[in-house]
Design a binder for this molecule. Structure first.
Ligand code: ZN
Ligand code: ZN
Length: 177
């Protein structure tokens, strides 16, 4: 959904809608977010604040993302509020001033007179992700040698190359039998 920025005044305009799982396309390059696991409820409110626009919102739903450690998809609840200023890209003479603001996470630039709500939602989904996405806290990840997903099964690599203590234990056990 796109909003014509000229329709925004100081009175906040509210947009409430639901995105269905099919909304998330496959066009995303880096693949961290794989899609929606169910409907995503979106609330966004936009108002004019001087020369800027204040965007406030909230997302609630469930997303499918890839585990950083074992690379398997898993589901994660999203319940994220956000708030930032939008600045319509000014004339080139004002560009320098704006570059200073770009470091500030709470400022976003739009290049034309439209606010694309879907782009905001997509970006906020990414911003809601933790530094490390793990399918579970003790995810064992992949074997660095053979690539086996160690959550599902074990492999022999680390047993043979790895821990000397481990092989000693194994021997003792055999001798005792
Ligand atoms: Zn994992
Ligand atoms: Zn292995």
């Amino acid at each position: 959904m796109n909003i014509d920025i000229r329709t925004i005044s100081r009175d906040p305009r509210d947009f409430d809608y639901t995105l269905e799982p099919g909304w998330w396309g496959h066009e995303e390059g880096d693949g961290q977010v794989l899609g929606l696991a169910g409907p995503l409820n979106v609330h966004i409110s936009v108002s004019k604040a001087g020369t800027k626009y204040l965007v406030d919102g909230h997302l609630a739903g469930r997303i499918i993302i890839r585990c950083d450690r074992c690379l398997e998809p898993y589901q994660r609840d999203i319940d994220a509020g956000f708030s930032f200023f939008l600045i319509v890209t000014p004339s080139p003479s004002e560009q320098n001033e704006i570059e200073l603001l770009e470091d500030d996470m709470s400022v976003e630039l739009v290049t034309d007179s439209e606010i694309r709500l879907d782009d905001i939602v997509r970006e906020q989904i990414y911003l809601s992700l933790p530094m490390k996405c793990l399918c579970r806290e003790d995810c064992s990840g992949l074997c660095p040698l053979c690539g086996t997903n160690l959550n599902m099964k074990t492999c022999e690599c680390l047993r043979e190359k790895g821990h000397p203590g481990f092989s000693k234990l194994k021997k003792v056990k055999f001798q005792g039998e």
